[in-house]
Design a protein around this ligand. Structure first.
Ligand SMILES: Nc1ncnc2c1ncn2[C@@H]1O[C@H](COP(=O)(O)OP(=O)(O)OP(=O)(O)O)[C@@H](O)[C@H]1O
Length: 463
């Protein structure tokens, strides 16, 4: 894949600027905040009767705060119905937020209308889940991929056809297939067409809503690898939505775990995998198949969650996860835990986090729902959970009590020993690189870009 991309010289040529001077903002340097979301909400009204009076609301997204930095991949995971797709559509402004703020490169885009958003559409693109319904079956691939140029009034250097063929090469498709129709391609290839369309205008942020979940497992890795390669080569920033952690695991720099319209944990990938703090994260992680053959039979580590995600029309009080959590106590029912940074780079919203000191140690009596939920959790997991939390608490206590030794008091041998010991561990790769998918010609996914809603459809994910 990278080879194909290389052949195609992945650089997107400078495009002729339209008179409107479409670029809204200066380019963000890697690591700068590209997208900032504050208190974001989307409540879909429920109406009834002749007068269509509002009788309630689906609180699909109910107060999100996060940032996406330039060049990074933020993975967003959670079970079906947690509000991930709605969040994706809000940040790409395909949906109007009920409340909150969305800023892109420092510019408030929360309530921009269609006209105001038009120039923004160059910078923010979306790839959808379903490669079958996201491409207009009556249009040729050439027409589909060139649509963004027409909509934006942009003329690429060398002409539209040449650019479309170049984009086809970039995503690993044959440029000669310019005149073919979507039905002539496989699911994976269609997703590549959607990716090419999303890349046409050289976007800064790509929101991929379950980009591989509609694809055969055998080709999911190829599409994920394609997205990864494109990110390296084009300096893209991704928000990748997926319902399970295995897809986002290898590609994400940071991962946000959503439950019922809220982020319950947001952490860099390694911290999340090494020591998840929210019980819901731990449950999601235990659902990911274990690739190590030696551990394949370790079923006892699995955490089963009872039932489905509750209705977002009337979410549970306090912590929304308390009805399925094996650690829930009275405070979880009554008080919503705020999302706070308990460890550097790891935010969590939980009164009784895993791998950390209990935030409400006075509250020890489990709710009856928690006892039921605990019955589904292996004893080993419960024991380990108690152990790690106690160990962290003890460690914290010791750190608080023992004053840090002054720098001068450190002895020389100790100074030498520490770096030497640390080095091999640091050098050891945390995890094996994802298996490289064979660069087979036939395969891959379809994404869809979003400038015009006419072809939109599916959504989702990545690796
Ligand atoms: N247009 C809408 N009108 C009313 N309710 C909606 C609408 N779109 C989504 N919802 C509801 O909002 C909640 C969140 O939906 P959303 O699709 O964002 O979740 P999700 O986590 O992406 O799930 P999935 O992976 O199944 O797509 C769901 O209960 C869904 O039924």
């Amino acid at each position: 894949m990278s080879e194909k991309a290389k052949d195609a010289e992945v650089t997107i040529p400078a495009q002729a600027q339209d008179e409107g001077g479409a670029t809204l903002t200066k380019d963000a340097a890697p690591g700068d905040v590209l997208l900032k979301v504050t208190g974001l909400q989307k409540h879909f009204p429920i109406r009834k009767g002749l007068l269509q009076r509002q009788v309630g609301a689906v609180r699909a997204v109910d107060g999100l705060d996060f940032e996406v930095r330039s060049g990074e991949t933020l993975g967003v995971v959670g079970e079906s119905g947690c509000g991930k797709s709605t969040m994706g559509r809000l940040i790409t402004r395909l949906l109007e937020p009920t409340a909150g703020k969305v800023e892109f490169q420092g510019k408030d885009i929360t309530h921009l209308g269609v006209g105001g958003m038009r120039p923004m559409r160059r910078d923010v693109q979306m790839i959808f889940q379903d490669p079958y319904s996201s491409l207009n079956p009556r249009h040729t691939v050439g027409t589909i991929i060139s649509a963004p140029f027409k909509l934006q009034g942009v003329t690429p250097e060398g002409g539209v056809k040449k650019e479309v063929q170049r984009l086809l090469s970039v995503v690993g498709l044959n440029p000669e297939h310019y005149n073919r129709y979507p039905h002539e391609f496989s699911g994976g290839q269609r997703q590549r067409i959607g990716i090419a369309r999303a890349l046409a205008l050289n976007p800064k942020l790509v929101v991929a809503d379950e980009p591989v979940s509609a694809l055969d497992v055998s080709i999911q890795a190829q599409v994920v690898n394609l997205l990864d390669d494109l990110q390296q080569e084009l300096g893209l920033t991704y928000v990748i939505i997926a319902h399970d952690l295995s897809v986002v695991r290898h590609v994400s720099d940071r991962i946000a775990v959503m439950y019922l319209g809220k982020i319950v944990e947001l952490a860099d990938r390694d911290s999340l995998y090494k020591a998840p703090m929210h019980p819901y994260t731990k449950a999601l992680m235990s659902a990911v198949p274990i690739p190590d053959p030696k551990r394949r039979n370790v079923k006892s580590e699995r955490i089963l969650l009872k039932g489905d995600v509750p209705s977002p029309i009337a979410p549970p009080s306090g912590c929304r996860f308390h009805t399925r959590c094996w650690k829930a106590t009275e405070i979880c029912k009554t008080t919503e835990p705020p999302l706070v940074e308990l460890k550097p780079g790891q935010q969590v919203a939980c009164h009784h986090p895993e791998n950390f000191e209990d935030q409400a140690p006075q509250d020890t009596v489990l709710l009856s729902v928690a006892k039921e939920a605990a019955a589904l959790v292996a004893d080993e997991v419960l024991a380990e959970s108690a152990e790690t939390s106690a160990a962290v608490a003890a460690e914290l206590e010791t750190t608080e009590e023992t004053p840090e030794p002054a720098a001068e008091t450190t002895t020389e041998p100790a100074e030498e020993a520490a770096p030497e010991e640390a080095a091999p561990e640091e050098a050891a790769p945390e995890e094996a690189a994802p298996e490289e998918a064979a660069a087979e010609e036939a395969s891959e996914t379809v994404a869809v870009d979003e400038s015009d809603s006419s072809e939109e459809s599916g959504s989702d994910s990545k690796k």
